[in-house]
Write a protein that binds this ligand. Structure first.
Ligand code: SAM
Ligand code: DTB
Ligand code: SF4
Length: 339
């Protein structure tokens, strides 16, 4: 079947699921989740093809520029100072070290470099060094992304002026479940930073984590909340919880992998123009499930042997998977836009 006939036979536009104010209701997203698997994937793939090259996948490499010792209490995170994990604390890296890592990522084929810091938010003195990192990585011709925690007024503008392309700040889960996972800040705090990021003209990278023991309704609530942002994020990372010994969520019942694929499909259907990233959790995922995620509309991955502190598939393994599936890296200018 060619692409045209696939699109012609696709079910009617997803808009029929929106309520009168054009918002996604949690119930409507739950209805998507409840579709027979083949119907859900078919619909997601059709929408994916309407907006993207179905065989192109964006490659981002992550680097933890400041590791561990974080004052926050996120129940999933190995970098929170209060949990006893194997993560060693490391101070903010030098600009030279970061540029060397970015150059290496570029040589391996990454087009975006994402710098993550285990902070509640950056101090101004630290932000100044991050700004130098952003300028230097931009100078290598790569897209830049940073995830530094909550921003104070003016900080998003400074990052934008330095040439930052994306700011990652996840809402993590649906509002009603948030307080069970994180108590040192509220989800409204996160939304405040996201507003500042959007107002500064940065692209928004915002998603969440599944597999934290939440219900399907909570997963639907996460997707609805992301889809109802106006505009919705340009980049939507969907993380499967990486269970790390010493964190409160270690030992949680793992999510059915097909439910993870369904979550990707729901993100694709509700946010047709966003780049949906199959994020943390790939190392424990079979290649078959990853292939289903690409079929369901995932078109970005973290690429390189490490996420921030935990493992990710080897570059050679991903290259072999891409070859077997006929996938190719997405050119930077093809990255999603929701405008
Ligand atoms: N400290 C900053 C913050 O929280 O925004 C930036 C770094 S933080 C590690 C970035 C994101 O990584 C979190 O919002 C969370 O969604 C994700 N994350 C952290 N630990 C994870 C884990 N064990 N499994 C899956 N995702 C995780
Ligand atoms: C996102 O949503 N996932 C990435 C990135 N944004 C910063 C982080 C995943 C972290 C997984 C646990 C770790 O390696 O420490
Ligand atoms: Fe700190 Fe971010 Fe980890 Fe939360 S997710 S503990 S804020 S590094």
């Amino acid at each position: 079947m060619d692409v045209t006939s696939l699109n012609e036979r696709a079910p009617a536009c997803a808009d029929k699921y929106r309520n009168s104010t054009s918002k996604w209701t949690v119930a409507a997203v739950e209805e998507l989740y409840a579709l027979p698997f083949n119907d859900l994937i078919y619909r997601a793939q059709a929408i994916h093809r309407d907006h993207f090259d179905a065989n192109a996948v964006q490659l981002s490499t992550l680097l933890s520029i400041k590791t561990g010792g974080c004052p926050e209490d996120c129940g999933y995170c190995p970098q929170a100072a209060r949990y006893h994990t194997d993560v060693d604390n490391e101070a903010l890296m030098s600009v030279g070290e970061v540029v060397a890592a970015a150059r290496c990522a570029r040589e391996k084929g990454a087009t975006r470099f994402c710098m993550g810091a285990a902070w509640r938010g950056p101090k101004q003195r630290d932000l100044e060094r991050v700004i130098d990192m952003v300028k230097a990585v931009r100078g290598l011709g790569m897209e830049t992304c940073a995830t530094l925690g909550m921003l104070k007024p003016g900080q998003a503008q400074q990052l934008k002026a330095a040439g930052l392309d994306y700011y990652n700040h996840n809402i993590d889960t649906a509002p009603e479940f948030y307080g069970e996972i994180i108590r040192t800040r509220t989800q409204d705090d996160r939304l405040g930073t996201l507003d500042q990021v959007r107002e500064a003209g940065l692209h928004v990278c915002c998603g969440g984590i599944v597999g934290m023991g939440e219900s399907r309704r909570t997963r639907a609530g996460l997707i609805a909340q992301l889809a109802n942002m106006d505009p919705y994020p340009e980049s939507v990372p969907i993380n499967n919880l990486v269970q790390v010994e010493g964190t409160p969520l270690h030992g949680t019942e793992p999510l059915d992998p097909f439910e993870f694929v369904r979550t990707i499909a729901c993100a694709r259907i509700t946010m047709p123009r966003a780049v949906v990233r199959l994020s943390a959790g790939r190392q424990d995922m079979s290649e078959g499930i990853q292939a289903l995620c690409f079929l369901a509309g995932a078109n970005s991955i973290f690429y390189g042997e490490k996420l921030l502190t935990t493992g990710n598939p080897e570059v050679e393994k991903d290259a072999a998977l891409f070859a077997r599936l006929g996938l190719r890296p997405m050119e930077s200018e093809n990255a999603g836009s929701n405008r």
